[in-house]
Design a protein around this ligand. Structure first.
Ligand SMILES: CC(C)(COP(=O)(O)OP(=O)(O)OC[C@H]1O[C@@H](n2cnc3c(N)ncnc32)[C@H](O)[C@@H]1O)[C@@H](O)C(=O)NCCC(=O)NCCS
Ligand SMILES: Nc1ncnc2c1ncn2[C@@H]1O[C@H](COP(=O)(O)OP(=O)(O)OP(=O)(O)O)[C@@H](O)[C@H]1O
Length: 214
């Protein structure tokens, strides 16, 4: 286990449904790492009163249910799409939630670093490059998986259509650009164990040697 000062922080990037969360979870099952899930943080900030106030002002009451909870499916319908109107809506949503997500991400990374006890901190944040949050990380790892396989996984496991996947992916940086910015590529077109081992080997390769931590 590494000295906490040296705990590397790794951003996991890749196409939608490429397996960022699943591969991180797999590694977490056999070695001590901390996984920070930015999608989850993104969901949590939607409960903040000041965030809700701004979302109501921009998107209206249609995205709230009777209990005053934001219906993510409705919000998704308004911000993911091909035309300029969707891009403007997504920009507006990001302007409201991204500062909060960034703040929480930073807090969680700092807390994980000071807690120590782990070999690495994995930041699972689909839009980390688009949002400029990669500055919080020391390394970027790209999870590679063909479109057909990703589509199959998100249709089977999330009930998404091909259009849902494409709409969202078109509002992200092209995958070729993301791949170019990565330090390492993990192939997740086989079983999760194989991808988990590749990521674990990458973690080994960046851990400081015992001599370096003295
Ligand atoms: C629009 C919302 C309510 C839809 O919620 P939903 O539960 O359907 O999706 P979820 O948040 O789980 O995201 C699933 C995937 O959609 C894609 N996605 C989400 N937000 C964005 C975005 N701003 N730009 C492009 N793709 C996105 C990502 O690949 C993500 O992994 C939600 O995604 C949201 O609030 N997005 C804006 C905040 C954000 O950027 N979150 C991502 C943090 S990494
Ligand atoms: N190698 C694999 N074998 C079988 N199923 C897999 C594999 N990798 C991922 N999956 C499944 O595919 C689905 C998508 O994976 P996951 O949610 O990890 O993708 P993601 O990259 O985190 O997606 P997003 O960009 O939306 O956050 C999940 O249900 C996951 O369990």
């Amino acid at each position: 286990m590494s000295c906490h000062k040296a705990i590397p922080t790794i951003a996991l990037i890749g196409g939608i449904g490429s397996g960022k969360s699943a591969v991180a979870k797999t590694v977490n099952s056999f070695r001590p790492i901390r996984v920070i899930d930015a999608d989850k943080i993104g969901h949590e900030v939607l409960d903040f009163p000041e965030v809700q106030q701004k979302i109501r002002a921009r998107f209206g009451s249609v995205v709230f249910n009777e209990q005053g909870i934001i219906m993510r499916k409705e919000l998704a319908r308004l911000v993911f799409g091909e035309s300029k109107q969707y891009q403007e809506a997504l920009d507006a949503l990001e302007k409201i939630v991204h500062p909060e997500i960034h703040r929480r991400l930073e807090q969680e990374i700092v807390a994980a670093r000071s807690a120590g006890q782990v070999d690495a901190i994995l930041v699972d944040a689909a839009v980390i490059l688009e949002a400029g949050w990669q500055k919080l990380c020391d390394h970027i790892v790209f999870i590679e998986c063909p479109f057909e396989q990703r589509l199959l996984r998100v249709t089977e496991n999330r009930g998404w259509s091909a259009a849902e996947l494409t709409k969202r992916e078109n509002q992200q940086l092209p995958l070729s650009e993301k791949r170019k910015l990565a330090t390492s590529v993990i192939h997740n077109d086989q079983d999760l164990e194989s991808a988990g081992l590749q990521l674990s080997r990458f973690i080994d390769s960046i851990l400081p040697t015992e001599k370096e931590t003295i």
